[in-house]
Design a protein around this ligand. Structure first.
Ligand code: UD1
Length: 353
């Protein structure tokens, strides 16, 4: 059986790593990279650090408006799917690369499996919500990470195509955590348990200058160092709005590679983020997270007390991140690290609608 994985953006490389490992020796696995992310530290570093085979094809699409970027990917991917004729196209998460891969395949009547299906923020302003809803309704096999996701898919009439496999990001985190937590901190001049790790990259947080300024003000007044791992979108928008990122408690760092990120979070006092994956990584490492969004797809992190949503009043951030550490939990809402194997099982058994 031949499976074509389509990826393009940073979080997809993390999800691809355990899938590529689980596929080895079981099926023929091809990788198409759309080129949505292209900086070394947003792309190549993940393939190297996580031992992912080099992509069989890279379309080099790069950045652009949603329509331009998605259209370029669709055109390129159609050719890749025609050339490779896979038994399954496997798409990941919720980026423009996910949507383009899905459209290319369904139009050619090639079965599509969606890994990380069924997540919902119910916020249709988010490009990710648009991408994941459209993908779920077009795909033939929905590989859900959580019971919550299965519930959403069931309510949307998609239960027959759904398989609960667990969360593949948990697979990779558990594996990498073992390897890195005894290594030196990847961030200089910081002491374990004293600093926060912050990331901000969602359009809703970066594109409005007033909101971005308010977030930065809030971060700058936090007691103790805040290391802001600056996504290129954040740097570009801050420069355009004339906003200084390094102020008060905040020091700016380049985005980290995955093992370095896991190490930095594991030794931090807390995480402040608008990323999806990082909320869950913080939870799995039992580090408190403060999420700069009105809602989250990873509701279990909030229900278990390890994640707090903050969508306004960012001047309160110093107080909010100083809250007591949540009650210990041994809950495993994201599985036990065998999701990629389960996903390959589902592809092999061919449970398509
Ligand atoms: C994309 C995903 C988002 C995911 C994020 C992870 C969509 C709609 N969004 O958002 O869900 O959380 O990836 O990072 O697909 N840029 C570079 N170098 C790069 C990549 C991007 O400089 O390697 C800059 C460009 O200025 C670009 C901007 O970042 O215009 C945004 O990149 P883009 O891929 O459009 O969206 P992300 O914000 O990264």
């Amino acid at each position: 059986m031949r499976v074509l994985s389509i990826v393009g953006a940073r979080p997809q490389f993390v999800k691809l790593a355990p899938v590529a490992a689980a596929a080895e020796g079981r099926l023929e696995h091809l990788i198409a990279h759309t080129g949505q992310h292209y900086d070394v530290n947003m792309s190549d570093a993940f393939f190297t650090d996580l031992g992912i085979p080099a992509p069989d094809v890279n379309l080099g699409v790069g950045s652009g408006s949603h329509g331009t970027q998605t259209a370029a990917m669709l055109e390129g991917l159609e050719k890749v799917v025609l050339d490779t004729r896979p038994d399954w196209v496997l798409v990941y998460g919720d980026t423009n690369s996910t949507l383009a891969g899905t459209l290319a395949a369904v139009k050619l009547h090639v079965p599509v499996a969606h890994l990380e299906a069924g997540l919902r923020s119910f916020n249709r302003r988010m490009p990710e919500e648009q991408n994941r809803v459209l993908t779920d309704h077009a795909a033939d096999l929905l590989l859900a990470p959580t019971e919550t996701a299965v519930g959403h898919l069931t309510r949307e009439g998609l239960a027959e195509r759904t398989v609960l496999v667990g969360d593949v990001m948990t697979d990779v985190l558990l594996r990498v955590r073992e390897a890195v937590t005894n290594q030196p901190l990847p961030l200089p001049d910081l002491a374990t348990g004293e600093y926060h790790v912050a990331t901000v990259h969602r359009p809703d947080n970066t594109d409005d200058p007033e909101r971005l300024r308010a977030i930065l003000d809030g971060l700058s007044k936090i007691d103790g160092p805040v290391v802001l791992l600056a996504h290129p979108r954040l740097r570009t928008l801050a420069a355009r709005h004339g906003i200084e990122l390094s102020t008060g408690s905040v020091t700016v760092s380049e985005p980290l590679g995955y093992p370095q990120l896991v190490n930095a979070v594991a030794h931090s006092r807390g995480v402040i983020t608008d990323s999806g994956g990082l909320q869950k990584e913080a939870f799995l490492l039992r580090v408190p997270c403060t999420t700069l969004r009105p809602e989250t797809e990873w509701v279990e992190t909030v229900e278990l007390g390890w994640n707090t949503l903050v969508n306004d009043g960012f001047e309160r951030l110093a107080g909010i991140v100083g809250r007591p550490v949540p009650a210990a939990t041994d809950a495993t809402p994201y599985g036990t690290g065998r999701a990629a194997e389960a996903a390959i099982d589902a592809l092999e058994s061919g449970r398509a609608a």
